[in-house]
Write a new protein. Sequence first.
Length: 679
Amino acid sequence: MNPAVTAALQHVVHGACPHDCPDTCALKITVEAGRVIKVQGRAEHPSTHGALCTKVSRYAERTYHGERLLRPLKRVSAKTEAPRFEPVSWAEALADIAARLKAIAARDPQAILPYSYAGTMGLLQGEAMAGRFFNRLGASRLDRTICASAGGAALTATYGHKLGMHLPFFAESRLILIWGSNSIASNLHFWTYAMQAKREGAKLICIDPRRTETADKCHQHIALLPGTDGALALGLMHELIAHDWLDHDYIARHVDGWDELRGKALGWPPERVAEVCGISAEEVRGLARDYATSKPAAIRLNYGMQRVRGGGNAVRLIALLPCLSGAWRQRAGGLLLSSSGWFAPFKNPALERPDLLPGPLPRLINMSTIGDDLLRESSAEFGPKIEAVIVYNSNPVAVAPESPKVVRGFQRADLFTVVLEHFMTDTADLADYVLPATTQLEHLDLHTSYGHTDVLINEPAVAPLGEAKPNTQIFRELAAACGFDDAAFADSDEQLARQAFNRDIDFDALRAQGWQSLPLAEAPFAEGGFATPNGRANAAGADYVPNYESRQSSPELARRYPLAMISPPARNFLNSSFVNVKSLRDIEGEPLLEIHADDAAERGLTDGAMVRVFNERGSYLCKARISPRARPGVVNGLGIWWRKLGAAGTNVNELTHQRLTDLGRAPSFYDCLVQVAAA
């Protein structure tokens, strides 16, 4: 066909990446003859600037995947057997699901639990209509903690909300500490600005137990032990005090609790820090010197380092560093972990309609302890036994900690499970009903970000494939099947979108351009003005909290399981998403455990050998890779593979525990001791 004719048959749709990533890219979706033929980054969007990660650039492959779920399915096998399902009509599925939920709700609606997270970050396909349904039902509430709540609670305790510096200004920084972040893999567009700063003479330092691809490109890598970030932050404060590298004026005017924090920091000289962190005292001194004398200095903190017992306090201590040095005075100084709090004044808090609750506020179930909670009986303390779980935008059997218990819980014959999904995940395999949901290319949604400060719209590019429906529509129809006739369930997706923001976001302007930027100051805390009640940063109570499991805190456990294990994401997956996209899985290869040559030699392990990684919670079979990416004493179990793709039908969460962080009630995935042996 003539290229001009082909071009005339194409049209472009504004989209937004839905995934749990700080970049929230603006998409340019090209459609031809009713089919998406290309997904690109929009060059006009300031932070996307035309670039996408490998995963999302192949998003059409996900939508048109041959294993895509396109009809409702009903289980016809026992949950302890190989899964077998049969197709059913939507009418039959919804009628049966509604009947089961109504019968449970008649006894106690809190026996019903929604389970969702960030399979999409969209305001509509996330919790808008789903929230209305579960509020009207009176179901248990879900404490959504599995990724970021320790860091979020820490920022809120320190700054008053999840706030930070603006992404583009990292390009002007003279020093960037990339702390607990493999930015090349998980924050590509920040990395672009960091590289711009590097070309203009900035120094980049990576602080991470693993020698990541990002560490390879930095001037220095500080490979501290997992869970010791708070100790390192206190050591840096010690040096700021000892050398009088403090901004005394900024501290006096804008920081509360300084005298208390100062006393704690003076107890952490470099030698003590070095012993706890497994690094050298000179690394501590040099890092403090670089941070104090390079202006403006910026910190890009990420969520990996807060997935330990003391993760919340560690974030608090690191977040106080730019307050002590005065780095916040300049727009290229400060810290960014999450920018999501900037959107709070603009969002409509009533989008999920909490007014629909029929009675008192239901109990709160922590999604990170789902393994224990599905196995609990009714009690006065816990409340009713969980009888039904509705899973959407999540894959708990793969991603939740201590998965042997999670599996046993979902295998309960008396648990009624409904899963809204694109594919037959590990969780869908244990469902009673699987309902086909649309992908991002097939529905309307709105997105905020936790890495920049733009609101984006995602327009549907194509009609839903097969019988797939948007989450919003599934919950509308489920509400109708349950007999809920409230006007809230009649709102269309566009009406929901127009209700999502309560000020300053013009929906029609957003639709026309594809994004809108929030009106914010360039240097938000140059003169204090934090979101705390008195406008001052809060240092009171922040302290180092050691891991549950480490050589120092648990010496007897460490004698049996001497290796610390972290489980950072594989570069070509995003949590458990994209694991079934063959082209991406081919790049990853297979589940791997990175181990340092010294630790491998001590155990007689060779590169490529199958190994058993184990502790008292379980055993995980995978292939060993002897690699300089692992520091001595630490192994890296790259995740999160679907369990059924693992060598023994398990993944790395076979080994993690359900104990929670010091702040935010979050999981401690990277607070985990193991042993490794040849399989």
